[in-house]
Design a binder for this molecule. Structure first.
Ligand code: GDP
Length: 357
């Protein structure tokens, strides 16, 4: 499955946030058929209010939300791209992830020193991005002679060479490839770090959570990447509380949703994922697919046999199902669609697959 690597400078609250993610993973594991959870992996359920409604009309015994996996990537320090600290390991680990989540310190605490002296979110983002950009420039520099040689004998390789050279210019200017908006298709083979989707977590003081001016300013720094605002200390407390107590704590700091939930939603979106839904007496479940997946591809997420033996899908949109009150009523109201192998799945599709075994 896809994962998001969490990176950040020392003392920004990564471990605090990660502990909350790990506790969330353990809580989910209680009714989720997970394989073993690695110690450096945290998992959050993607909140989706539709699941509880579906479970009610189907009398489902349990609800399984979609989930997002975060990997703790330690070792980012200045000079990581030159192998400083555990720089090489850091780069190897981050290369394996599908998106990069930067944790940025905004909270002030005289007892927690900042590696560069003072609190400066914009500078910290630049410090991290510079390491990633330098690593990409090294990758490109190594690849270009080979690409030049290939392009001389094979016209098809010219696109890869051109893309590498264009990317090099963008990176030289201090912009990540993701933020540049450049078409990344011909760069894929180079597995560049800054070509991955980025998202940002700003770790705020509790009283800053309601500071809309601050949030607007910080969002603008990282656009077009998405920003999540949270207080890691509060997140680490929330995962210890019952739902009611957690809501009370959130409301006391002017929030209606935990930072982890926001992070799950934004992370899911950043990875280019969507869900479709299945519901029955056993369980109501959100299944994760890539945006643009066809019905057979979606079926394959449940079981590879479902994809191989795919015949058709019976699809009711969530809204139609809620209006009708049951699948049977939706059918008689003509709201159940039979879709074939070319159907592109839509968000909110409630699905039953027919297949040959
Ligand atoms: P890491 O080095 O990035 O993993 O940072 P840690 O999670 O270990 O946090 C460093 C210190 O900052 C610890 O003492 C945390 O308790 C504290 N800390 C983390 N997040 C917050 C926060 O949101 N507010 C405050 N005041 N302290 C925090």
């Amino acid at each position: 499955s896809l994962s998001i690597g969490i990176v950040g400078l020392p003392n920004v609250g990564k471990s605090t946030l990660f502990n909350a993610l790990t506790k969330s993973a353990n809580a989910l594991a209680a009714n989720y058929p997970f394989a073993t959870i690695e110690p450096n992996v945290g998992i959050v359920g993607v909140p989706d209010a539709r699941l509880a409604q579906l479970a009610t009309i189907h009398g489902s015994a349990r609800i399984l939300p979609a989930k997002v996996e975060f990997v703790d990537i330690a070792g980012l320090v200045k000079g990581a791209s030159e192998g400083q600290g555990r720089g090489n390991q850091f780069l190897a680990n981050i290369r394996e992830t599908d998106a990069i989540c930067q944790v940025i310190r905004v909270f002030t605490d005289p007892d927690v020193t900042h590696v560069d002296g003072d609190i400066a979110p914009e500078r910290d983002i630049e410090t991290i991005n510079t390491e990633l950009i330098l690593a990409d420039l090294q990758t490109i520099e190594k690849a270009v002679p080979r690409l030049q040689k290939e392009a001389r004998t094979n016209k098809d390789r010219k696109a890869a060479l051109d893309a590498a050279e264009a990317a090099s210019k963008i990176l030289d200017g201090g912009t990540t490839l993701y933020a540049s908006g450049m078409d990344l298709t011909d760069l894929r083979e180079l597995h560049l770090l800054t070509a991955k989707p980025f998202l940002y977590v700003f770790n705020l003081d509790a009283d800053e959570l309601v500071d809309t001016d601050l949030r607007t300013r910080l969002s603008a720094i990282v656009a077009p990447a998405e920003a999540v605002f949270l207080d890691a200390k509060i997140e680490s407390e929330l995962v210890e509380l019952s739902d009611e107590e957690a809501l009370e704590l959130l409301q006391s700091v002017g929030q209606d949703e935990s930072g982890l939930s926001q992070l799950a939603r934004v992370g899911f979106e950043t990875l280019g994922l969507q869900t479709y839904l299945t519901a029955g007496p056993k369980e109501t479940r959100a299944w994760t697919i890539k945006k643009g997946s066809t019905a057979p591809e979606a079926a394959g997420v449940i079981h590879t046999d479902f994809q191989r033996g795919f015949i058709k899908a019976e699809v009711v949109s969530f809204d139609d199902l809620m209006t009708a009150g049951s699948v049977a009523s939706a059918r008689s109201a003509g709201k159940a669609r039979i879709e074939g192998k070319d159907y592109i799945m839509r968000d909110g599709d409630v699905v039953e697959f027919r297949f040959n075994v």
